[in-house]
Write a protein that binds this ligand. Structure first.
Ligand code: HAM
Length: 407
C-alpha cells in the first residue's frame, strides 16, 4: 500500500467541512476590515526566501532544482511571496494595501502533533502604512479573527526596539544568537552565551516587565517610545486583550518593530497559533523601502485546538425507486437539486427495502417512486424524522422539503 508523504495529511469530508466552516468565519471577519484576498504560486525562486534569511534556511525548506536547472522552493510562508507580488505591481497599487491569504505552506520539519510538513496559513499583510494605527489595526484584526473562530488563546505583544536597545553594543552575530535563544525560550543556552551580568540582568528584567513604565525604566528613553506607547493605547481602544511581552523575538529574520504571538491554551508544545509583526522586505525584492505589518495564523493548530466539531448536514433527500420508477426518479432528483437540495439516488440496483434502510442513515427525507407513482407523475415523500408520508405531486414534494429548512 502506498502511504502519503511524512508530515502530510488526508482530510475526509467531515473534517474538511469543519475546516471550510472555520475558514469561512475567518474570511468574513477579515473582509469586515477591508482586506481582500490574494493568491501566489506554491513554489517560488529559492532566492526569495534566502535573500533575508541566508542559506541556512534551505535546511528547513523543500528546495530543489527544476528540469531547467532553476533553484526552486515550495513556499515555507506567504509574507515573502506576497511582498514579491506587491513589488512586481507596486506602481499601480493604491497604498496602503490591505491583503489577506489562505494557502498551504511547506517546511521540512520534524512532524509532531500540530507540526506538519504541509500546513495552512491564514494571514494578512498591510503594506505601505507606517503608523501606530497600522500596527494596532493588524493586531486587532488577528485578535478578532481568532476570537471569531471560538478558540481560547492568549495574545502576547512586544516590540523589538526594546531588546535592540539593550543589545545595541553586541556584535550583530551575537545579537542574532540572543534573539534565537529568546525565540525558543531557551534560557539555558542564553546563559551559555556569556553575556555580562548587567546585560543578562536587564534582559531578564525586560522580559519579565509587566507594564510599559517598568519596561522603559529598564531600556531608558528610546526613540520608539512614543510610537510604542501610542500603539498600546490604540490597542486598548480596539478593546484587544493582550499581555505585554518584550521577550518576543520571532523566529523569522525580517521583523523591525512591533511583534506579537498568540498561544492556544489547550495545545502541547506546538501551541503558537499566530505570529506576526512589522517588517521591511520590499526593498530586498527590488522595490522601494516599504513599511509593512502582518501576521499568519496556523490554521491547522486552530483546528486542533477547537477539537472535534459537529458539522450540520444540509437537508438531504434520498430517491428510492423500483426498477419501474428509476427513469422518473432521475427527473425527480433533478427537480430537488434544482431547488438547492442535496439529493442522492441509488446507483447499485439495490432492492427498495435496502435503499430505504440506507436512506435512514444519511438522509432526512426519502422520495419513494414505484411503477404507480411513475405513471401518475406523483411521488411518495417520507419524512424520516417523523415517519409520516404522503403521495403528492413532485412540485408539492419539493416545496415541502424546501420549506422545512435545515434539519
Ligand atoms: P511563523 O510564526 O513562522 O510566521 O508562522 C505563523 C504560524 O504558522 C505559526 O504561529 C504556527 O501557528 C504556524 N506554523 C508554522 N509552522 C508550522 C508547521 N510546521 N505546522 C503547522 N503550523 C505551523 C510566519 O510565517 C510569518 N510569515 C507571519 C507574518 C506575516 N509576519 C508578517 N506577516
Amino acid at each position: 500500500m502506498i502511504q502519503k508523504p511524512r508530515g502530510t495529511r488526508d482530510f475526509f469530508p467531515d473534517e474538511l467541512e469543519a475546516r471550510r466552516r472555520v475558514e469561512e468565519t475567518m474570511r468574513e471577519a477579515v473582509s469586515r476590515w477591508g482586506y481582500r484576498e490574494v493568491s501566489t504560486p506554491e513554489f517560488e525562486n529559492l532566492e526569495l526566501f534566502t535573500l533575508r534569511s541566508g542559506e541556512g534556511i534551505i535546511e528547513e525548506m523543500y528546495a530543489f532544482q527544476d528540469k531547467g536547472g532553476r533553484d526552486i522552493a515550495l513556499r515555507p510562508e506567504l509574507t515573502a511571496p506576497v511582498l514579491r507580488m506587491y513589488v512586481n505591481e507596486a506602481k499601480v497599487l493604491n497604498k496602503p494595501v490591505r491583503w489577506y491569504y489562505f494557502g498551504d505552506c511547506f517546511r521540512y520539519e520534524r512532524p509532531q502533533k500540530g507540526r506538519y510538513r504541509q500546513f495552512w496559513q491564514f494571514g494578512i499583510e498591510l503594506v505601505g502604512a507606517d503608523s501606530a494605527m497600522a500596527d494596532a489595526e493588524v493586531m486587532a484584526v488577528g485578535y478578532n479573527l481568532l476570537k471569531a473562530t471560538g478558540v481560547s488563546f492568549e495574545l502576547r505583544i512586544g516590540d523589538l526596539a526594546m531588546m535592540r536597545s539593550l543589545l545595541a553594543d553586541l556584535e550583530p552575530d551575537l545579537q542574532k544568537k540572543v534573539r534565537a535563544c529568546l525565540d525558543k525560550r531557551d534560557y539555558g543556552a542564553l546563559e551559555e552565551l556569556g553575556l555580562g551580568g548587567d546585560l543578562a540582568g536587564s534582559l531578564t528584567a525586560l522580559i519579565e516587565s509587566k507594564t510599559l513604565d517598568d519596561a522603559f525604566a529598564i531600556t531608558g528613553s528610546i526613540p520608539e517610545e512614543t510610537r510604542i506607547r501610542e500603539t498600546f493605547a490604540i490597542l486598548d481602544a480596539h478593546e484587544v486583550q493582550y499581555v505585554q511581552n518584550f521577550g518576543i523575538a520571532r523566529g523569522l529574520d525580517y521583523y523591525t518593530g512591533c511583534v506579537f504571538e498568540a498561544f492556544a491554551e489547550n495545545l502541547g508544545a506546538e501551541n503558537q497559533i499566530m505570529g506576526g509583526g512589522a517588517y521591511r522586505l520590499a526593498h530586498l525584492f527590488g522595490g522601494e523601502e516599504t513599511p509593512s505589518v502582518g501576521f499568519a495564523i496556523g490554521f491547522d493548530r486552530v483546528m486542533v485546538s477547537l477539537g472535534e466539531q459537529e458539522v450540520k448536514r444540509p437537508t438531504t433527500v434520498a430517491v428510492a425507486t423500483t426498477p419501474e420508477g428509476r427513469i422518473f426518479g432521475i427527473t425527480v432528483a433533478a427537480a430537488f437539486r434544482q431547488a438547492g437540495i442535496r439529493t442522492i439516488a441509488d446507483l447499485m440496483g439495490k432492492s427498495l427495502s435496502a435503499q430505504l434502510s440506507q436512506a435512514a442513515k444519511h438522509a432526512d427525507y426519502v422520495v419513494v417512486i414505484g411503477g404507480r407513482e411513475a405513471e401518475a407523475g406523483m411521488v411518495t415523500l417520507r419524512d424520516l424524522a417523523t415517519g409520516s408520508q404522503q403521495t403528492i405531486s413532485l412540485e408539492e414534494a419539493v416545496a415541502g422539503v424546501v420549506g422545512s429548512g435545515t434539519r
